[in-house]
Design a protein around this ligand. Structure first.
Ligand code: ZN
Length: 317
């Protein structure tokens, strides 16, 4: 079994424990926290650490922080948050959706080299290394720029052996094209997790993804497009269909982001995402686990979802 690379260095896979596979301590734009910190409220780092401490106190041992460069990753903040709370944090390289115009025309091999450096040497100026790779496409499908990033991620995966997470848009069945690209690049789809899959209740489509060998992220709670209750019913349906070994629930929680002045000129106490999900990374503990137990899902399956599957996805076994 491979070690898992956290922001504090490698850990044995069995140290991971209860893991949320898709969260964000701080989401912004590349460089924005550094250049304009006050946009992120009075104490962004303190707020992020407090959210992670609440998670730790509830029994969450590890998170994957899926914040790429273009989502404003601050690797040092992740290190300080992990040190302050004892929560293992695995961070990703690769790219989300914001490809700046001056990167148009850069090749997949060039980007792959950059991602490999993030994995093997560390984010530039640090020795903090990525523990997985991410590519993305959304409602516009796989645009030419995003195809370059997906191919770069596939090539970096082949060079490093790190697993791949795929931000996808289930309403448009975008994973069909994303998995085709990864397949063309020779990626073993058992090392891939397709995310945001609980933004649909289309079990036929989700089963198709699972049958390619992938893990799927049921990683939006409470989410917006589908009710939390419907998300949990879909999860139960997939468990009953025999896919419990490849389902990965999480929140896609954004603990801190940009604060926005109200129309009346006052500032809110929290950024908008907090108002949407005040439970932050505890929503599953407070609302989903009791519901799953009520539906008859036993503790062995819950361990599979939150301990075994994240470990198998990250460590490749
Ligand atoms: Zn996310």
């Amino acid at each position: 079994m491979n070690d898992i690379m956290t922001v504090l260095g490698p850990i044995a896979a069995d140290q991971l424990g209860f893991t949320l596979v898709h969260e964000h301590l701080l989401v912004s734009a590349a460089g924005l926290l550094h250049s304009h910190p006050h946009l992120h409220g009075p104490d962004p780092e303190g707020e992020a650490i407090a959210a992670l401490q609440h998670a730790k106190d509830a029994g969450i041992d590890s998170i994957i922080d899926c914040t790429t460069f273009d989502l404003g990753r601050v690797p040092e903040l992740l290190v300080r948050a992990s040190e302050a709370t004892g929560v293992h944090i695995v961070n990703t390289t690769g790219w989300w959706l914001d490809v700046p115009r001056f990167l148009s025309g850069v090749s997949a091999n060039q980007m792959a080299e950059e991602f490999i450096r993030d994995a093997e040497e560390g984010f530039r100026g640090t020795n903090i290394r990525a523990g997985l790779l991410k590519c993305a496409a959304d409602f516009q499908g796989v645009t030419p720029d995003l195809e370059v990033m997906a191919r770069a991620v596939a090539r970096a995966h082949k060079a490093t052996g790190l697993p791949v997470m795929v931000h996808s848009y289930p309403t448009g069945q975008v994973a069909r094209r994303q998995l085709e690209i990864l397949g063309e690049e020779g990626v073993d789809l058992r090392r891939v997790k397709v995310d945001h899959c609980n933004d649909t209740t289309d079990v036929e489509y989700l089963t198709w993804i699972l049958d390619q060998g992938c893990f799927i992220g049921l990683d939006r709670y409470p989410g917006r497009l589908v009710s939390a209750a419907a998300r949990t019913r879909t999860m139960k349906e997939l468990i009953d269909a025999g896919y419990a070994d490849r389902l990965c629930p999480s929140h896609d929680c954004i603990c801190v982001t940009v604060y926005k002045e109200r129309p009346d000129g006052t500032m809110p106490e929290h950024h908008g995402y907090f108002d949407h999900n005040p439970d932050q990374m505890l929503f599953i503990h407070r609302h989903v686990l009791p519901e799953l137990r009520e539906m008859g899902v036993d503790d062995d399956v819950i361990s599979q979802l939150f301990i075994d599957n994240p470990r198998r996805f990250l460590a490749g076994v």
